[in-house]
Design a binder for this molecule. Structure first.
Ligand code: FAD
Length: 397
């Protein structure tokens, strides 16, 4: 094969994009990113941008913290940024069970060194002045969570890829791999093969299909997720106001251009590609939002979109070697999915993925549990799900 690379990354979303930059920083010579369409055209440009270190398990706290530090350090490291804004984040408890689980979570997060605390309902309203005083039991709060601007993040990793000398091939679908014994020897593309001994497979909501191209069964799902932005109001024309998550229902909101952005996932949603806005659901979620933020009731709607979000059955990332359904390891092939949390964990997931692809190990988190081998033949995980997540479908099928 005339064409050769030290690493081929499949997918030009935030995971593949940042991972390619980190791989170059680790000294790899030629890094090629294959993107079947245009960079960022998957989930990464359509996200709501919520970024939190308030994870439900020590590993996800670590991924969130590393990512926030990364976003903060971007101007110095890359001369650009993903638009990270520190806003604070209140994760509301509505039921007694929410409160008990929330307080236990805070204890775990504090033990991990996070400066998070529990706010009573009055303290919650003092922190978020537009929040109704009733209908909740307060919640967990941290001042240092925030949001990025997802299209700006696509721009940031594109510029970083260019500066790092990553070779981006847009409109070039990955079609499969060539093996030499148990080790990968190259990839197939519609523009011809590329010889390589390292391949990183990403794909976000399409990772399952990418896996099928090499004979893997990756239990990564895809579902509709919806976001709306309400018109500006003087109450939102402030420098900072904490984001809020109604965790039991899966509704969140944050400041956006002087108005309010809110997003929701329907717990009864069937897995599959998002095709259209569900306007009935929009009205229901808007009504629920107005219960928490009464002044939104009379606000006009500026924009609404739905897009396909990635998820995993246990809401955790998939990071590890490629293992086929019959237990065969494809040496040199690594899998990376942020499990629907690519804004809040993306750079950390990408760093781990680059570490695994280049050196076979990472110091960022313990990944021994996070590989494909945690799923059974039906795609069920043997790990308890991360308790802080959107209400994704329970199965990735
Ligand atoms: C509406 C919405 C709101 C969201 N809000 C948030 C949020 O607030 N916070 C948060 O943390 N996360 C959020 N997410 C999730 C987040 O956007 C994703 O987890 C993240 O973007 C996944 O990144 P990725 O690189 O894995 O996938 P993608 O960005 O989807 O990139 C995968 C790429 O692979 C390419 N590809 C697929 N097949 C091939 C092939 N055969 N050959 C070459 N290329 C291929 C695709 O074209 C695509 O560009 C949201 C997602 C959606 C849809």
């Amino acid at each position: 094969m005339a064409n050769a690379a030290d690493l081929v990354v499949v997918g030009g979303g935030t995971i593949g994009g940042w991972a390619s930059v980190f791989a170059r920083e680790q000294g790899l010579g030629r890094v090629v990113v294959l993107e079947r369409g245009l960079v960022g055209m998957g989930a990464s440009s359509r996200a709501a941008g919520i970024v939190r270190a308030q994870g439900g398990r020590p590993a996800t706290v670590a991924l969130g913290r590393w990512t926030i530090d990364f976003y903060r350090g971007q101007p110095a490291a890359y001369g650009t940024d993903s638009g990270f804004r520190e806003l604070g984040y209140l994760i509301l408890a509505v039921t007694e069970d929410d409160e008990r689980a929330g307080r236990e979570r805070v204890a775990m997060q504090q033990a991990e060194g996070l400066d998070v605390r529990w706010l009573t309902p009055d303290e919650a309203v003092a922190a978020v002045p537009t929040l109704a005083p009733d209908g909740h039991r307060g919640g967990s709060f941290i001042a240092t969570d925030g949001a990025i601007d997802p299209p700006r993040n696509v721009r940031a990793y594109s510029l970083a890829m260019q500066a790092a000398g990553v070779e981006l091939r847009e409109r070039t679908p990955f079609q499969g791999i060539r093996m030499n014994g148990s080790r990968v020897a190259g990839v197939e593309t519609d523009a011809g093969p590329i010889a390589t001994e390292r391949v990183l497979l990403t794909g976000g909501p399409t990772l399952r299909d990418v896996g099928r191209l090499v004979g893997l069964r990756i239990p990564a799902g895809a579902a509709r997720h919806s976001v709306a932005v309400l018109e500006p109001h003087p109450a939102f024309a402030v420098e900072r106001m904490p984001m809020v998550f109604d965790i039991g229902a899966g509704l969140y909101w944050r400041l956006e251009e002087g108005g309010l952005l809110f997003g929701w996932s329907d717990p009864d949603e069937q897995p599959g590609e998002a095709r259209m806005i569900d306007w009935d659901a929009f009205e229901r979620w808007r009504e629920r939002l107005a219960g928490f933020v009464p002044l939104t009731r009379d606000l006009g709607v500026r924009k609404v979109w739905c897009a396909t979000i990635d998820y995993t059955p246990d809401h955790l990332p998939i990071l590890g070697p490629a293992i086929t359904t019959d237990g065969q390891r494809l040496d040199g092939v690594t899998i990376a999915s942020a499990g629907g949390h690519g804004m809040m964990w993306g750079p950390a997931v990408s760093k781990v993925a680059a570490d695994l692809a280049v050196r076979g190990a990472t110091a960022l988190i313990d990944v021994s549990d996070l590989g494909l081998d945690r799923f059974d033949a039906e795609g069920r995980s043997r790990l308890a799900p991360d308790p802080i997540a959107l209400p994704f479908p329970v199965s990735a099928d």
